[in-house]
Ligand binder design. Structure first.
Ligand SMILES: O=C(O)c1ccccc1N[C@@H]1O[C@H](COP(=O)(O)O)[C@@H](O)[C@H]1O
Length: 224
């Protein structure tokens, strides 16, 4: 989706503490993510996420993150947490992802050898509200904090997309300017330990995204 970088959306993922959720809102983050994937060090129970949701500031979205969860566990999260967006990180298909009646984004594994092109993604996930390009795939697990080559993001996608995978306060400026995404998503890059967010890193991450938003782009200056 071609766009001028005016306000890159920010999602902080893998929240496990209400205080971190509160700070995310104060920093002006657009969304926080709660992870319900088995095996994740950031996995929370629906009841814990529901309690953290109460710490959300107005206009901040709650995103529920899954990886090959069964339908009943997704429905239980939807019932208890009332997320405004679902994020699917596994081998879920479009029919499954849309069956919960809540907008969803599909994580695209950029760690493997072959990524789908924009048309292939749209055909495979016609109901998706957007895509999230992340470093998992191949041997890489999601949330491992490694970045992929951003040049591999397929061009010509006419839907919002997020860049994820190893983003931190030191590289998000280049990621935002280099890919012009709808949003950026970070999990381990703002942590001091898995699931424990670091206030200073959270603050610096937001500052760097806003610095990118305020940076003139060559295309913005050409001909207008
Ligand atoms: O972080 C996890 O443990 C996780 C587990 C299962 C599915 C998704 C997970 N995290 C997602 O991974 C990306 C990038 O994380 P990072 O910044 O590289 O640590 C992010 O979208 C999380 O939602």
């Amino acid at each position: 989706m071609s766009r001028i970088l005016l306000r890159t959306r920010i999602k902080f993922c893998g929240m496990t503490r209400a205080g971190d959720v509160r700070l995310a809102g104060e920093l002006g983050v657009d969304a926080v993510g709660f992870i319900f994937a088995a095996g994740s060090p950031r996995r929370v129970e629906p009841e814990e996420a529901r309690a953290m949701r109460n710490a959300l500031a107005p206009l901040v979205n709650a995103v529920a993150v899954f990886r090959n969860n069964d339908g009943d566990s997704v429905r239980e999260v939807v019932r208890q947490v009332r997320p405004s967006l679902l994020q699917f990180h596994g081998e879920e298909d479009d029919a499954f992802c849309r069956s919960f009646g809540i907008p969803y984004i599909k994580a695209v594994p950029m760690g493997g050898p072959m990524a789908l092109d924009a048309t292939g993604l749209r055909l495979k996930f016609p109901s998706a509200s957007g895509f999230l390009f992340d470093s998992h795939g191949g041997d890489a697990q999601p949330g491992s904090g490694s970045a992929f080559d951003w040049k591999r993001i397929p061009p010509g996608l006419d839907l919002p997309f997020f860049v994820a995978g190893g983003l931190d306060p030191d590289n998000v400026f280049n990621a935002a300017l280099g890919t012009l995404p709808w949003g950026v998503d970070t999990c381990s890059g703002i942590e001091s330990a898995p699931g424990i967010k670091d206030g200073d890193r959270m603050r610096r991450f937001v500052q760097e995204v806003r610095r990118a938003d305020c940076t003139d782009l060559p295309e913005r200056n050409s001909g207008d």
